[in-house]
Design a protein around this ligand. Structure first.
Ligand SMILES: [Zn+2]
Ligand SMILES: [Zn+2]
Length: 344
């Protein structure tokens, strides 16, 4: 178990840490040097001295963390030396600028996936398979019950729902995360939308970041301004779930609601019921794609982020050395000669 005596990446209370490079990946707390996989708030946090991210995601990072942050960027595939390691970023297909982090020391290659998906998404660069020895994978949907149809035409489905409601004078309220999901919906609607999509203010700036990077999106208009200028009739309104309690919602008359999420695979139960419709549209890989990605990486050792043990057990049955990420903590490594890791 040579790797456990000197692993390239460990899991600390501040997040994934590469000591040989002197940086953290998606640190939970302020650190000197952070490499950020993408701008979602559970990955990009304030307070670090310097940030490194993929070039097309830098605008989103600044929109989220403030314009004064110190950001260095790399393009996908560009390699730099940091301390004793080489680092490059590779598309994760998750949101604009999302990256897997490849770290190399000598012949030893580790990849930390961040969030990723393999589904078609016209708002960001497709996922790139990266060969490595050790793969640290996310597993948001890491159980076999999460498998979805990859051929859904979300743009057509959403526009059909919108048109049907508009014919009867109703508005269509579509809930989705303000970063990533909202822009993916706008990109998929681009060739279908007959008039501007009304978007919530929390989505506007992030959407402009996408446009500045050349991502083609459906036309949009400001929701509040539209509400102020008269009753809405037959509009598509794109908002984050949290905006439901705001004043504009009270001004809405007859309307239908829908929620776009991978959790809709389960009927959206984790978000409560009450939507008229759900679109299964995930930011994360499903069970098949997690396994396919691990296979394509060629990794002989896999660490799984998120607590669910189903994926770890499944990989072990397939002869892959798989562990929960907690086996990469300094304490676990200390005990590396213990019974736990002598499995292999
Ligand atoms: Zn994310
Ligand atoms: Zn995440």
């Amino acid at each position: 178990m040579r790797f456990l005596r000197d692993p390239l990446i460990i899991s600390t209370d501040k997040g994934l840490c590469c000591e040989a490079g002197g940086f953290y990946i998606d640190p939970h707390r302020p650190v000197e040097r952070a490499i950020v996989t993408h701008a979602h708030s559970d990955h990009a946090r304030r307070g670090s001295g310097a940030y490194l991210c993929e070039k097309s995601g830098a605008g989103l990072l600044r929109a989220r963390l403030g314009s004064k942050i110190n950001v260095q960027t790399l393009q996908y595939g560009e390699k730099i030396r940091i301390g004793e390691v080489f680092v490059s970023l590779h598309s994760a297909g998750h949101i604009l600028g999302s990256a897997q982090i490849r770290v190399q020391r000598g012949a030893d290659v580790w990849v930390a996936s961040g969030d990723y998906k393999r589904d078609f998404d016209p708002s960001c660069t497709p996922f790139e398979s990266v060969a490595c020895d050790t793969f640290i994978t996310e597993a948001t949907f890491g159980t076999p019950k999460y498998v979805w149809d990859k051929n859904l035409e979300h743009g057509r489905m959403i526009s059909e729902w919108w048109n049907k409601n508009a014919e009867t004078g109703r508005n269509s309220v579509l809930f989705g995360y303000s970063l990533g999901k909202a822009q993916r919906i706008l990109a998929e609607l681009r060739s279908y939308a007959q008039r501007p999509v009304l978007i919530h203010e929390s989505i506007s700036e992030l959407t402009e970041c996408y446009r500045r990077e050349g991502v083609a999106l459906a036309e949009t208009a400001d929701l509040k301004a539209a509400v102020a200028s008269g009753p809405l009739d037959g509009e598509l309104i794109l908002v984050p779930h949290s905006a439901l309690s705001e004043a504009w919602a009270a001004a809405l008359k007859d309307h239908e609601t829908a929620f776009a999420s991978g959790w809709m695979q389960n009927g959206g139960r984790s978000y409560g019921s009450g939507y008229d419709l759900g679109f299964v549209m995930s930011d994360h890989a499903d069970w098949h794609d997690i396994n396919r990605t691990i296979d394509e990486s060629g990794a002989s050792r896999v660490f799984v982020q998120h607590r669910n043990g189903v994926l770890v057990r499944h990989l072990r049955q397939r002869g892959i050395e798989a562990f929960p990420i907690t086996e990469l903590t300094p304490e676990a490594i200390e005990k590396a000669d213990g019974p736990n890791l002598r499995l292999f």
